[in-house]
Design a protein around this ligand. Sequence first.
Ligand SMILES: [Zn+2]
Length: 380
Amino acid sequence: MEQERAVKILADLIRIESTNDHESLVADYLSDLFKGYPVKLERVTYAPGRDNLVVTMGEQGPLLGFSGHEDVVAAGDLASWRTPPFSPTIKDGQLFGRGTSDMKSGLAAMVVGMLDLLDSKQPLPGRLRLLASVGEETGEYGAAQLVKEGYASDLDGLVIGEPSHFNIRVTHKGVIDYYVTSKGVCVHSSTPDKGQNAIMPLMDFALSAQELMDSHKKQDPVLGSLTHVISQIHGGDQINSVPASAWLSGNVRTTPVYDNEQIYTELAELIADLNNQGAQLAIRYSFPEVPLPDQSATKLARLAQEVVRQDVGRLCELTAGNGATDASEYVQAGAFPIIILGPAAGTTDHEPNEFVAIADYLAGCTLYQKLALRFWQEYA
Ligand SMILES: [Zn+2]
């Protein structure tokens, strides 16, 4: 594809304000690009205006998945942007705008790679499936839905185009966000014995949970320790009343050494213990994400590294990350290898003046095309 058109596709995507919503507009735009080609287009609706898009090409042979999210985070403080976040602007070889790095450049490069393969008019020795998801930034529920509905079950490998600057992220931590609420009985603070203070058992929980999580000393060889932070706490309404309610939130970053299930069990046991002593605590979780176990020994990681070095001419190291991706959902779909490999540098993700170097984006277009060809060859 002409470079100009490839850049236009990315710029058009940046113009779509898919801020934690409106992903259907991205799905519409991408669907139009594939019109007239021999592909299977499937819309998977999460909510009104929020469509995942699945595009499958090829008739037979090994199936490689390309994963990218359609949503972007909010622009934040507009005064801090030198250019309007949803009016893509090119300056000194860099394209500025919300989502240029995270991760519409990865998504667009995957689409351009697919279109180039389709335009080559040669019989394809394998299959490709684009999994464009909603809500990655707010809980990965789009990918969760695609997994649940079977769109990932038959994959032989998956590449997630999050910014990695051509390095390959082969593992990352999981995330458990939890909320604990505490109920008490409100009375005048001069007669505390008649009421029940909701804050005190919540403090017991906070201290015990921290001690419990800190006791997980075993390190993952790459990801290191599990971490735990009590991140918010709130309780009471008035200085001279016994508080009837209180809540806190916590954030655990898990590793494959102590998986999410184990942590849920431990927290549930702690809550049950405190409730047996008279507390009225309840816990709920918000979109927990499991860790991505180390993929560095997989054939996919090896051949992707070769493609980056030989066909794209870039440095390529295997790396680890603390943040979760859609991999946390896809890893639950089957035993296929998953890597995170994208063109953008990722240095300005979620920040004002987010950008991608145009040369990186165009190299990404080549990368995904070549990677598909090598994958089909190796997995045939
Ligand atoms: Zn992202």
